[in-house]
Design a protein around this ligand. Structure first.
Ligand code: HEC
Length: 180
């Protein structure tokens, strides 16, 4: 009677030989793929192996070049361009504190609300308090004095006074014609 669970001597022998064959075949296929891969990529492999080793000076030079490129890109970009004392993107007067003001004051509304307004330092302070009380403006912390200085300096009330007197000699008089 055959016992299917017990492998015979013959089947054990077959298994061993087939597995040796498959392992050999596996190595063979691997060798072919590796050789073809090498033939295909040999230029890249060799240029990588023979690549120039970076010295500290080379790295420093690369760094310097990157910094120069960055500086040029910064200078060429119009994002924070300043012309005649005006920060063009926002229209605010340029000053060392302008970026503090831009950060604190242009997230909810345009900088035009600032440039269109004039107030004394207490006036600006009360506008800030009003926005804090009703519009969700957060506490400006230690940035507040610099912001108030900036606003009071550049957006102070203009003392133009009343309009100048008419220069009567310059006025062109005409007779109002009431007859139709
Ligand atoms: C949390 C949002 C927010 C921030 C940040 C903010 N504001 Fe305002 N602000 C408002 C709102 C809302 C109004 C009302 C806008 C309207 O009336 O259309 C306003 C109005 C104004 C006005 C007009 C006031 C008036 O009486 O007409 C000025 C000026 C102003 N803000 C200046 C500033 C300044 C300066 C800063 C920075 C310190 C600032 N805002 C930051 C929300 C903000």
């Amino acid at each position: 009677m055959n016992t299917p669970n017990r492998p015979s001597m013959w089947s054990g022998f077959m298994t061993t030989n087939w597995s040796i064959l498959f392992v050999l075949l596996g190595f063979f296929v691997f060798a072919i793929i590796a050789t073809m891969g090498y033939l295909f990529l040999q230029d890249d492999i060799h240029s990588y192996m023979n690549r120039k080793k970076m010295t500290t000076e080379d790295l420093a030079l690369l760094n310097k070049k990157a910094e120069q490129r960055y500086a040029i890109a910064q200078a060429e970009s119009n994002f924070d361009k300043v012309l005649n004392g005006i920060h063009l993107r926002t229209g605010l007067k340029y000053d060392a504190n302008v970026y503090t003001v831009i950060t604190a004051c242009t997230s909810c509304h345009s900088a035009k609300l600032i440039t269109q307004n004039r107030a004394t330092r207490p006036g600006w302070e009360s506008m800030i308090r009003w926005m804090q009380a009703t519009q969700g403006l957060p506490d400006l912390g230690n940035k507040e004095p610099a912001i108030l200085d900036y606003l009071a300096k550049y957006y102070a009330p203009q003392e133009t006074g009343r309009r100048p007197n008419l220069d009567l000699a310059e006025v062109k008089w005409y007779i109002l014609d009431l007859e139709e």
